[in-house]
Design a protein around this ligand. Structure first.
Ligand SMILES: [Fe+2]
Length: 242
């Protein structure tokens, strides 16, 4: 089903006019699903998993090195280059999450549909929790929470803002744009947390890994939720508004 949907998708945008609502909606869906590396729904799960898989596997050997480092004390393991890198990456995502707590309310306000507004609202609450979890991880490391500007997230947030500027207030096209911008953010976070979970394990910080894994799971759910909102007619309705 996924494959059919996907094929219909690319053609959908043009073939659209005489297609049925459902079919068109779907096709638009998998488009914005560029939204998804996610692509079509059934593959989306494995893909998302895949991207973590990648992180996992990028650090894949870590699985075994985690075991090797089992003897080390982990959190207090010292100042190896890897631990310094991990600490820097934490500062980066800490900055990103904190700035998202400021950017998301603007996105929520700008969104057209109640559905998207409430999805963003829910994600704001989650993001605040993500900030607190990162603070716990800093604490586990015996460090003070510290933010370091994340250029990537700054760019993604700016992109979201310019989408709002470039789309009409109250339009469905604006929601399509916000969804795609939000999914780019989610994918950045999924990649980051996927890597951090593996590194925490490698460094012997099992507790930190568990905390980061919770956030990773929530980011994945948010991403999938956004895909569903796009596919449940927002894309199609945007196509209809001309
Ligand atoms: Fe987050």
């Amino acid at each position: 089903m996924a494959t059919t949907t996907k094929t219909g998708a690319s053609k959908g945008a043009t073939a659209n006019k005489n297609a049925t609502k459902k079919a068109t909606g779907k096709s638009a869906g998998s488009n914005a699903n560029s939204n998804g590396s996610n692509g079509a729904d059934s593959s989306s799960k494995s893909k998302t998993g895949g991207s973590n898989g990648n992180n996992g596997s990028a650090n894949g050997r870590n699985g075994s090195s985690a075991a090797k480092s089992g003897g080390k004390s982990g959190a207090g393991a010292g100042n190896s280059q890897l631990e310094t890198y991990f600490h820097d990456a934490l500062k980066d995502i800490y900055w990103a999450e904190k700035n998202l707590t400021k950017a998301l309310p603007k996105m929520m306000k700008a969104a057209t549909t109640e559905e998207l507004k409430s999805a963003i609202e829910e994600h704001i609450a989650q993001t605040e929790e993500h900030v607190s979890r990162l603070e716990e991880v800093f604490e586990i490391m015996g460090k003070k929470p510290q933010a370091k500007k994340c250029e990537a997230m700054e760019g993604l947030i700016k992109e979201g803002e310019s989408i709002v500027e470039d789309t009409e207030d109250g339009s469905m096209t604006r929601d399509v744009g916000i969804i795609m911008a939000a999914q780019k953010v989610e994918h950045y976070e999924i990649a980051t947390y996927g890597g951090l979970v593996q590194l925490a394990k490698t460094l012997g910080m099992e507790d930190a890994a568990g905390i980061l894994a919770q956030t990773l799971e929530e980011e994945k759910q948010t991403d999938e939720g956004l895909t569903q909102i796009a596919e449940n007619d927002i894309n199609w309705e945007a196509e209809q508004e001309g």
